[in-house]
Design a protein around this ligand. Structure first.
Ligand code: SAH
Ligand code: SF4
Ligand code: F3S
Length: 464
């Protein structure tokens, strides 16, 4: 009888994809993935440390495992991911219910660690690696819509943004072999997937076969940077639509923008986290660019691809942020006019540059008020951008039934906006997940577009 694992993911898209890698590793060990903790022999929580609140949520969830274990003495509980890496064996001390603690670079050791756990011990592996990319591991897709998938192209991060815990939890930056990336994308296309999102903390510093100093490692092989990789996937997987995340404003090159402009199957959407509109704050954050540099990057995007959508991340109330500096963030939001933004209150993280060097001195209520103002400004900007699409015809990839109403389907346009359409074309043809359709955008709400499906562009053949 096969063993049952339930994996729950917190945090970023990379964690979601790591859980699929873990499911791939465990599949070889005889585990099948199940949909709830209640049916599982093994529960794995793949955790995030990026803000205190993210860790708090996981701590609550770990506590709930006590109740499950009371009903199932055989149940084992493991903590994976960034919190496992940050807290290490302390997690075993703090939470008696935890049997297993495994960091992001140690997933290959899971079968061995699970043997130890099976014989009644508690097991830990939080070693970070300079090489591990899980290159050839075939991920098992969890909660998949069968249409869109994540493909991790690099791991770790060598930047030291002052607020950020990721370099401590994910280790040094390393890039994955482009051939294994291409192999995974082709395999997804063969299985009927229609879109891949290439993932890294800073995709613009992807490099293969060349070191940070510019020395070529193997002269008989090509050097691949992020622009080359994007083009490689775009050309070799013509049936796939390609997205990526995350760009770093300090490293985003015009070469990447030119490749995006050249290929129809690369989506015209860039997530370009700015964090703050104030050059002084950006300097304290150690982001490596200032406001003028960022705005020039945005201008370059618009020169290359006038239709390109932009989204961003913003932190309110970083150390020492004055009212004027906050106003600069609001004015930057107005100036850029993002389609979307993820907005957060600053949360101090142990060991980071900011924790060591700067005082977390913006009072909680000021952080909250500023965040509210940022959210309000962004709501207007999103509404304006989306309203601007009304009347246009867009190519939309149908992902599934609308979350709001089963009478509608939903998908995304190249700009990554959610588009809601009726379930069938005017001639009665029912729409299916994976269909590319031409849609006339008829109206917009603050969070999505509504449209009329005009025609099927191509229909994918799902494998039997
Ligand atoms: N690699 C990406 C971001 C990864 S973390 C980049 O460089 O942009 C995702 C987002 O979480 C960040 O962009 C930032 O806005 C937010 N974030 C990270 N650390 C944070 C902290 N300590 N407090 C609040 N928000 C934080
Ligand atoms: Fe964190 Fe900066 Fe690296 Fe992004 S680039 S993961 S914000 S250190
Ligand atoms: Fe969180 Fe780790 Fe991702 S800290 S945001 S899960 S890299």
């Amino acid at each position: 009888m096969s063993k049952k694992v339930y994996i729950e993911s917190y945090g970023c898209q990379m964690n979601v994809n790591d859980s699929e890698v873990v499911a791939g590793i465990l599949a070889k060990d005889g585990y099948v993935a199940v949909q709830s903790a209640e049916e599982a022999d093994l529960v794995l929580l793949n955790t995030c440390s990026v803000r205190e609140k993210a860790e708090y949520t996981v701590m609550q969830r770990i506590n709930e495992m006590n109740r499950l274990k009371a009903g199932n003495k055989e149940l084992k509980v493991g903590v994976l991911g960034c919190m496992a890496e940050r807290m290490k064996e302390n997690l075993l001390v703090e939470k008696k219910v935890v049997d297993l603690v495994v960091g992001p670079d140690a997933y290959r050791s899971l079968p061995k660690l699970l043997d130890e756990v099976g014989s009644g011990q508690r097991a830990v592996n939080v070693l970070l690696s300079r090489e591990e990319t899980y290159g050839e591991i075939v991920p098992v897709r969890l909660n998949s819509n069968g249409v869109t998938a994540f493909v991790t192209i690099m791991r770790g991060c060598d930047n030291m943004c002052a607020f950020c815990v990721v370099p401590f939890t994910r280790g040094r930056e390393r890039s994955r072999d482009p051939q294994t990336i291409l192999g995974e994308c082709r395999d997804l296309a063969d299985k009927g997937y229609k879109e891949v999102t290439l993932l890294g903390q800073n995709v613009d510093s992807y490099r293969w076969n060349i070191d940070a100093r510019g020395t070529v490692k193997d002269p008989s092989l090509p050097v691949t940077d992020f622009a080359d990789l994007l083009e490689l996937v775009a050309m070799n997987c013509p049936g796939l639509r390609i997205r990526y995340s995350t760009s770093h404003p300090k490293d985003m090159t015009d070469k990447v923008l030119a490749v995006m402009a050249r290929h129809d199957n690369i989506c015209k959407y860039i997530h370009l986290p700015v964090q703050s509109g104030s050059s002084a704050v950006l300097q304290r954050m150690n982001r490596g660019y200032d406001r003028a540099w960022y705005l020039e990057r945005v201008a370059s995007i618009r020169r290359h691809m006038p239709e390109c959508a932009l989204s961003t991340d913003i932190i309110s109330g970083f150390c020492g942020e004055t009212e004027e500096e906050h106003q600069e963030t609001l004015s930057l939001l107005a100036e850029v006019g993002y389609d979307m933004a993820f907005m957060f209150k600053y949360s101090e993280r142990p060991k980071t540059l900011a924790a060591r060097r700067h005082e977390d001195d913006v009072p909680e209520e000021v952080k909250s008020r500023r965040l509210t103002e940022i959210i309000e400004a962004q709501r207007n900007s999103s509404a304006k951008r989306l309203a601007g699409y009304v009347g246009q015809e867009h190519k939309v990839l149908v992902e599934g039934v609308s979350k709001r109403s089963t009478e509608f389907m939903q998908g995304r346009n190249t700009q990554n906006a959610v588009v809601i359409v009726p379930k069938a074309l005017a001639d009665g043809t029912a729409l299916k997940p994976g269909d590319f359709i031409r849609v006339r955008i008829t109206s917009s709400t603050p969070g999505s577009l509504q449209g009329e499906p005009l025609a099927l562009l191509h229909r994918i053949q799902h494998p039997a």
